[in-house]
Design a protein around this ligand. Structure first.
Ligand SMILES: [Zn+2]
Length: 361
């Protein structure tokens, strides 16, 4: 195993650490170390070395110790939530690809990206997987708004890109984010966004028809509390859309401690399908259904490979030595198609029931 240069990262201040003696999802105390010596190789912004524990009762994983609520902001100092499109480092190819995607989104969803590549929607027709990727990344399985209640809340909305998208589909879209810079960007784009957390702000119970949590639940100290809040904010029959890295993914199995989804110490809790289903059902959600998100595997594999190199961790096991990277991604995608439990992301929808079950039923 590699020895890390501690000076590269430094240590998290001891006073800013808190112990997590029991599983934050099920309360179980039985656990085993899944990975030790984890560092923030994804962003190289957070100091500290971290241990990820696997709960033997529900199957999730959690950091112990972890940054406490008072100091966690330190882990986000150079973290982006402001989108990565159109930045100064965008290559010519990436710019063309983005403009083709924008043409597709204009044609498919009635968006109005001004710099879309003329006729790009016809090019997009040649790439069904790319279209399917865009359908999930932008639309989050959201259809056009119908009926009287068209209120939507995006928790952790970043720069508001999804809110603008939802507004084009006829939704009255609101967002909340605790990153001041992201909120400022969203306001500049004309979005209705609040700065803070659900704890601090008076959002109306039973108000929303649709809620989205995109890569949020793994970041919070109290994931069950967040799910309860989401449940209460939804109107009866309302829908939650949630996406988070899948602890039991094929990519995690291959890359181990270098897997991009771990992202210590910003990811405090990681789910597999069973533990997420149990958390949602325990909160009262029903109709829980997992969906595919085409095209994310190659991104996650590229990132994981970079982390493996940056951390000096040698490729684990025979598989990575035998497979070229490109072939590896294809094998992973085939494996994920055959075994949906092993997709890179857990992408699911769940509903607040129209009628609540009586307590204890
Ligand atoms: Zn547990």
């Amino acid at each position: 195993m590699t020895s890390f240069q501690r000076s590269d990262f430094g240590e998290w201040p001891t006073h800013g650490l808190e112990r997590v003696p029991a599983c934050p999802l099920c309360g179980g105390g039985k656990r085993s170390i899944l990975h030790a010596g984890l560092r923030d190789h994804a962003f190289r912004t957070a100091p500290g070395e971290w241990v990820l524990q696997r709960c033997e009762d529900c199957g999730c994983a959690y950091l112990d110790p972890r940054p406490d609520a008072a100091t966690i902001a330190r882990a986000y100092e150079r973290y982006y939530t402001h989108g990565n499109e159109g930045g100064p480092t965008e290559s010519d190819f990436a710019r063309l690809r983005r403009r083709v995607a924008e043409a597709y989104l204009n044609a498919r969803y009635g968006m109005s990206y001004p710099n879309a590549f003329p006729g790009g929607q016809h090019i997009a027709r040649l790439f069904p997987r790319r279209r399917a990727y865009l359908d999930v990344s932008y639309a989050r399985h959201l259809g056009p708004a119908t009926g009287d209640n068209r209120l939507l809340l995006d928790v952790g909305c970043g720069n508001g890109a999804f809110l603008q998208f939802a507004a084009h589909l006829g939704w009255t879209a609101e967002g909340i984010d605790n990153d001041a810079a992201a909120v400022a960007a969203a306001h500049a784009a004309g979005c209705r966004v609040s700065h803070g957390s659900l704890d601090e702000l008076p959002f109306g119970a039973g108000r929303y028809r649709h809620l989205t949590l995109s890569h949020v639940i793994e970041h919070v100290h109290e994931p069950l509390k967040l799910l309860r809040q989401c449940f209460e904010l939804l109107a009866p029959g309302g829908r939650l859309w949630l996406q988070t890295p899948n602890l039991r993914s094929f990519g995690h199995d291959v890359f181990g401690p270098a897997w991009r989804g771990l992202e210590p110490p910003r990811h405090l809790v990681l789910f597999d399908r069973a533990s997420l289903t149990a958390a949602l059902a325990g909160t009262g959600f029903s109709g829980i259904e997992f969906r595919a998100h085409p095209g994310v595997t190659v991104f996650m594999w590229e990132q994981s490979r970079m982390i493996a190199r940056a951390s000096g961790r040698s490729a684990r096991g025979m598989r990575r030595k035998l497979l070229s990277f490109a072939l590896g991604v294809h094998v992973a995608e085939l494996c994920e198609a055959l075994r949906p439990d092993e997709r890179e992301f857990l992408t699911c929808v769940a509903f607040r029931p129209e009628r609540e079950e009586p307590a204890g039923a």
